[in-house]
Design a protein around this ligand. Structure first.
Ligand SMILES: *Cc1c(COP(=O)(O)O)cnc(C)c1O
Length: 343
């Protein structure tokens, strides 16, 4: 692997990737903050996909996504002194909500840095969660830089959305729940953006049973991790609008953990069209009465359209989050009436 040059925003330290033991530690640490989410077998999905298909419903997690697991594990791992100085992050999406939620539960101050372009409804949602929203600059990079400025000036800890061992181990707790309920699981389909979710789950599953196949799924529009693995180094691709907006964003040119972990663990990566993402969402709504965001419909869509040769006999699809406007879901559902393939 080509070495990635370290960015000066990061303090030099040795890189030790998380282990299965770290996931067990995380499980214990975050137990009172998270739900053990249901794993439901979908007869309908099984019948169209030639696998016994199960849905891991992380959309039911508090704050609406699995991001709570990683955020909780990271913040709970901080020392008393670090907690006193507060935490900061630069995500307006599910990660920002999760950080705000955990920080409030623990009485830790949280400053969420966003650009001036972020819509007012998102700012409101974060404020309602008890976080202080700090607007800085015109884009996501400016917001991120401001977060690091808060670290340098006020000693706050930056809670990264995916490239952090504690965050990865937190997301990995999903693997322990999957294996507990379905010990003979042989395939797991996982939405893939920065790769914290996939790295954590794949670590947990493969450390237990290396033959379990891990399939990542991204949108065709700006699939940064997919292109990075192809190029064998983190690449930058301009963002495009997509239904799976929670999968947008880069992996960081200074990526330390998830790029290597995804590269080592993933058995296949599927890229979906906007139409296919919409069908995944539509399927969950029509057959399970579950409203999810685009990112969370992707794993289901992989099974629905039999998109990978790696799909085995017993499969879990991770339904990752639910943060979407109800009107938006209804729009998408009604545009997918009576599709001939039953979705
Ligand atoms: C963050 C997120 C993902 C992707 O997780 P990564 O760790 O960045 O790969 C998938 N689905 C939802 C709903 C998310 O919020």
């Amino acid at each position: 692997m080509q070495m990635v040059t370290s960015h000066n925003r990061l303090q030099p330290k040795t890189i030790t990737p998380p282990s299965l033991q770290d996931i067990w530690i995380a499980k214990k640490r975050i137990a009172s903050f998270i739900k053990t989410t249901p794993l439901v077998q979908s007869e309908r999905l099984s019948s169209v996909s030639d696998t016994v298909a199960h849905l891991k419903l992380e959309n039911l997690q508090e704050t609406g996504s699995f991001k709570l697991r990683g955020a909780a594990n990271k913040i709970l791992s901080l020392s008393e002194e670090e907690r006193k100085k507060g935490v900061t992050t630069f995500s307006t999406g599910n990660h920002g909500l999760a950080v705000a939620y955990v920080a409030r539960q623990l009485g830790v101050k949280a400053h969420i840095c966003i650009s001036n372009r972020v819509p007012i409804n998102k700012v409101k949602k974060l404020s309602e969660m008890g976080a202080e929203v700090r607007q800085a600059g015109q884009n996501q990079d400016d917001a991120e830089a401001f977060s690091y400025h808060l670290r340098d000036r006020e000693g706050m800890t930056v809670i990264k959305p995916f490239d952090d061992p504690e965050v990865i181990a937190g997301q990995g707790t999903i693997a322990l729940e999957l294996l507990e309920e379905l010990p003979n699981l042989d395939t797991c389909v996982i939405p893939l953006s920065g790769g914290g979710l996939l790295s954590g789950i794949a670590l947990g599953l493969k450390a237990t049973n290396p033959s379990i196949q891990v399939i990542g799924v991204s949108m065709k529009r700006a699939a940064v991790m997919y292109e990075s693995i192809r190029a064998n180094r983190p690449v930058i691709i301009p963002e495009e609008t997509t239904l799976a907006d929670s999968l947008l964003g880069g992996i960081g040119t200074d990526n330390r953990y998830t790029f290597t972990m995804v590269k080592n663990y993933v058995d296949d990566i599927v890229l979906l069209s906007e139409e296919e993402i919409a069908r995944g969402m539509s399927f969950l709504f029509r057959h399970h009465q579950i409203g999810v965001e685009g990112a969370a419909g992707t794993a289901v869509s992989v099974l629905l359209h039999k998109k990978s040769r790696k799909i085995g006999l017993r499969t879990a699809a991770v339904v990752s989050g639910s943060n979407v406007d109800v009107d938006r879901i209804l729009e998408i559902i009604s545009a997918h009436k009576g599709d001939e393939d039953g979705c």
